[in-house]
Write a protein that binds this ligand. Structure first.
Ligand SMILES: [Zn+2]
Length: 79
């Protein structure tokens, strides 16, 4: 088995990027009314955010991608 992981710092940076990105994303919009007002809904099983790991000779690169196509490195830097 091969597993990929990100550090706690990277996870926090990725979450911070997503939170900031959600403010301007055309896809990642919180509902404005109803039972789930204030929450983002992307279907029953989610899947709006992807984490991609790319092994290279310099180490494993990780980037996060929103369903709208915007990307950032897992450490929150611009892609
Ligand atoms: Zn987006």
């Amino acid at each position: 088995m091969k597993t990929f992981e990100i550090s706690d710092d990277e996870a926090a940076a990725a979450d911070a990027w997503l939170e900031e990105h959600a403010k301007t994303c055309k896809v990642w919009r919180p509902k404005t009314e109803g039972l789930f007002a204030g929450q983002v809904y992307h279907g029953a099983i989610g899947g709006a955010v992807s984490y991609t790991f790319t092994p290279t000779s310099l180490g494993t690169l990780c980037h996060i991608e929103c369903a709208c196509g915007e990307k950032a490195l897992c450490n929150g830097d611009n892609f």
